[in-house]
Design a protein around this ligand. Structure first.
Ligand SMILES: [Zn+2]
Length: 105
């Protein structure tokens, strides 16, 4: 239970911060681009959750099927979640890697 995301009654916040989650998703290579689609599969973080999520890209707009993203949308807020943030960083990293490779050859 201790390594699973939950509301910490003593600290009055989620046990793991969203920033921690974004970094962990990237470090554990949880993000996979589906070939030929602007769609990303987000693998679960071991010991953190067991659900797999999908992020779809519509131009500069990223849509996630997780509860956090959907509930922000339903409340009329600008939706975002750790998955969509991680995908944006992932894309920036890919872009930078391909630029570095282009300079080498
Ligand atoms: Zn999400």
């Amino acid at each position: 239970m201790n390594n699973i995301q939950h509301w910490d009654k003593v600290l009055k916040r989620l046990k793991f911060s969203p920033t921690w989650k974004v970094i962990a998703l990237l470090e554990h290579n949880c993000i996979h681009k589906l070939n030929g689609y602007d769609r990303f599969l987000i693998e679960p973080l071991k010991g953190y959750n067991i659900s797999q999520y999908t992020v779809n890209r519509l131009h500069e707009y990223f849509i996630c099927n997780c509860q956090g993203w959907q509930s922000k949308l339903n409340r009329g807020q600008k939706p975002y979640c750790a998955h969509t943030i991680a995908v944006r960083i992932y894309l920036k990293q890919q872009e930078r890697n391909s630029r570095v490779q282009g300079q080498l050859f």
